[in-house]
Write a protein that binds this ligand. Structure first.
Ligand code: NAD
Ligand code: IPM
Ligand code: MN
Length: 366
């Protein structure tokens, strides 16, 4: 297969973990005889400082011309954000425009912790049963993120407003993706909402129920978002299967899920739309550990696996990446933020050594 890939390294740990993910992609490329042509382009806070925009026109052109986009995390440390005017900050000025440009409405965030890695979790092992295997599917281009935003004085009072809207079509298409996924996996679907307060959640649920009628074989439940946050800690395996979330609630619960499996560094993601998709870790630029070669590249390498599967239609190659990732843990290695705690003694690998270990485990190269 021949494909062109736009690579946006991003900020903070972005370049470090993107580098490792590309090593793994190269190993897959060689083994399977694919040809992936990567073009790097600036994106995020670093792009603002060098080019005056967090999503420069030339980056848009590179992305438009590519088959798929690999994106590292972007953003400055919270205390440094004021160095960039609000409209040029990477979140508002780059990530959201990237998502809406390609209408990537379905954000796949797998939350996986096999039983053998229970010691990574801050939860007691007995809460982890046979392991956590949740596929969180987060709506990514609607809701409060994309509604009108108003800040300013009105009738003499300072005030601010963020509108939250969802259309039938916006809810329907992501619900269909989630039900299709649950049907394929033969698992339960849990729909998360806040219908006891929000009109948009009541509407969301009505559309989800309508979609559910076309999937009589998929067992589905619904859960208020506050209870879901609680259940994730008290009984995470009770959510195994597909979990469907709107944009804002999905943002928060996917980070919580990262905490439950031990690290945001274990949270890859893929953003899928009607055309080209892009992949990124679920976490941010981790300014606290940037430049130290200690970040966990699993999230970015797992994003490559998601890209191979969901964007390029190469499930065999994707599985090989997953197998190689988990083999590194099975061989007794870990990364700095996962080290310590109960469980077997593990050797801590740097970011680059972890990438090398994954490459070694790509079959045929060991
Ligand atoms: P963060 O997700 O960057 O970091 C939170 C914590 O998780 C930190 O302690 C960090 O060290 C740790 N962490 C994250 N990824 C890790 C990894 N791969 N390996 C080991 N530890 C890891 O959250 P933050 O510090 O609140 O945000 C920093 C910046 O990132 C902000 O500007 C924020 O807006 C931005 N952000 C961007 C994205 C994105 O690009 N999609 C996502 C979330 C946050
Ligand atoms: C994420 C991030 C983004 C979001 C921010 C940085 C815009 O937190 O991808 O989870 O809220 O969607
Ligand atoms: Mn987030």
């Amino acid at each position: 297969m021949e494909k062109t890939i736009a690579v946006l390294e991003g900020d903070g740990i972005g370049p470090e973990i993107v580098r490792e993910s590309l090593k793994v992609l190269r190993a897959i490329e060689e083994k399977y005889g694919h040809a992936f042509t990567c073009t790097f382009a600036p994106f995020g806070a670093s792009a603002y400082f060098t080019e005056g925009s967090p999503f420069p026109d030339r980056t848009k052109a590179v992305c438009d011309g590519a088959d798929v986009i690999i994106k590292g995390p972007v953003g400055l440390a919270v205390e440094e954000m004021s160095r960039i005017p609000p409209e040029h900050r990477p979140e508002i000025g780059a990530i959201l425009p990237l998502r809406s440009r390609y209408d990537t409405f379905a954000n796949f965030r797998p939350v996986r912790l096999p039983r053998g890695l229970a010691s990574f979790s801050p939860l007691k092992p007995e809460l982890l049963g046979e392991g956590i295997d949740i596929l969180m599917i987060r709506e990514l281009v609607g809701g409060i993120y994309f509604g009108e935003k108003v800040e300013g004085p009105k009738t003499g009072m300072a005030y601010a407003r963020d509108d939250c809207t969802y259309t039938d079509a916006q809810v329907r298409r992501v619900a269909v993706v989630a039900f299709e996924e649950a049907k394929k996996k033969g698992c339960d679907l849990t729909n998360i909402h806040k219908a006891n307060v929000l009109a948009t959640s009541r509407f969301w649920n009505a559309v989800v129920e309508d979609v559910a009628r076309s999937y009589p074989d998929v067992r589905h439940h619904s859960l208020l978002v506050d209870n879901a946050a609680y259940q994730l800690v008290k009984n995470p395996t009770g959510l195994n299967g597909v979990v469907l979330l709107e944009n804002m609630q999905g943002d928060i619960l996917t980070d919580e899920a990262g905490g439950i499996i031990g690290s945001l560094g274990l949270m890859p993601s893929a953003c899928i739309g009607p055309g080209k998709g892009y992949v990124e870790p679920a976490h941010g630029s981790a300014p606290d550990i940037a430049g130290k070669n200690i970040a966990n590249p699993y999230s970015m390498i797992g994003s490559i696996a998601l890209m191979l599967d969901r964007c390029l239609g190469l499930p065999g190659e994707a599985q090989e990446v997953w197998d190689a990732l988990f083999a590194v843990f099975r061989q007794g290695f870990t990364t700095a933020e996962l080290a310590g705690g109960e469980g077997p003694e593990r050797t801590v690998l740097s970011t680059s050594a972890f990438g090398d270990a994954v490459v070694k485990n790509i079959a045929g190269r060991a």
